[in-house]
Design a protein around this ligand. Structure first.
Ligand code: ATP
Ligand code: MG
Length: 268
């Protein structure tokens, strides 16, 4: 069995390739020991490769530096190609790969090549951190639950609200100003609305950059990965909608959180 670990800023993702297919598991980055114990308990001896910003920290704990860590973008791009092929999308060769992890990185994939073309510090860490500061809820699942009842219109200003009865030069439902509808302490929106709007801010920031990258490269598909999409229908919906408004085909890859771990495993 081949296995890969992707240790990122927030989560450790593990992918194990079995005869029946991939087995996935994730842990908090604070649970490195639990993660390694879990791996040790597995029967078959594992051939293991590690990637991610915290790969070296995990290597040190493993005490086996026989294999070098796999470069993060190489791993995530290879993993994405592999998972796309498993999804019956091997015809897709040229696309933008946007990884919304703790932070967001954008790679251009053309055939067998990949190139980092940019990113933004706005990502899943922003979702948790900014929402936490605003609402005092710092737990990811609780934030997602909270956002489910939230409405962005008490927080964000759309183009059509600025134009009123006038005709806007761009689609009126676009966000003109994230958090721009909040103008006085007298009318602080409910927590649920605040979190929904933070998710909107993350969605629109990562999508806008992905769109620019796709246009510059002349590709028409953006593949979105990273754990920020896990159980997060609001992020998925906004990213999908906004990408389509720009004429791009968005793919939010199933098991896309595990691209890095899959790519690392495949480097064995
Ligand atoms: P990076 O690649 O930037 O170093 P990472 O690899 O740890 O970070 P991901 O695991 O792809 O990043 O995504 C982390 C984000 O996923 C978090 O910031 C949070 O928004 C979201 N998330 C999803 N599930 C959880 C969870 N169980 N606990 C905490 N955050 C979660
Ligand atoms: Mg990552």
């Amino acid at each position: 069995e081949r296995a890969g670990i992707d240790a990122g800023g927030t989560l450790i993702k593990v992918a194990i390739q079995k005869r029946q297919g991939w087995h996935f598991q994730s842990f908090s980055i604070r649970q490195v020991d639990e993660c390694l114990a879990w791996l040790n308990e597995r029967a078959a001896p594992l051939s293991l490769r590690i990637t991610g910003g915290k790969a070296d920290m995990v290597q040190d704990k493993l005490n086996r530096q026989d294999k070098a860590s796999v470069p993060e973008f190489l791993a995530s791009c290879n993993g994405a190609r592999h998972l796309l092929a498993l999804d019956g999308q091997s015809q897709l060769t040229d696309f933008i790969l946007t990884n919304v992890g703790t932070g967001t990185s954008i790679n251009l994939i053309r055939g067998e090549t990949q190139e980092w073309v940019g990113g933004t510090g706005v990502g899943g860490g922003t979702l948790v951190g900014l929402s936490g500061l605003l609402t005092n809820v710092y737990d990811y699942s609780k934030l997602i639950q909270l956002a489910a009842q939230g409405h962005r219109d008490s927080v964000d200003l759309t183009v059509s609200r600025i134009y009123g009865n006038g005709t806007p030069p761009i689609p009126g439902d676009l966000t003109a100003s994230n958090f721009g509808a909040v103008s006085s302490k007298a009318a602080v929106p409910p927590s649920a609305d605040q979190v929904a709007s933070v998710i909107g801010l993350v969605a629109e920031t990562v999508t806008a950059l992905s769109v620019m990258a796709a246009q510059k490269a002349g590709v028409d598909t953006v593949v979105y990965i990273g754990s920020s999409f896990v159980e997060n229908p609001k992020l998925k919906k906004s990213v999908t909608r906004y990408s389509r408004q720009w004429g791009l085909t968005p793919i939010i890859l199933r098991d896309g959180s595990f691209c890095g771990a899959v790519g690392a495993a495949l480097s064995n």
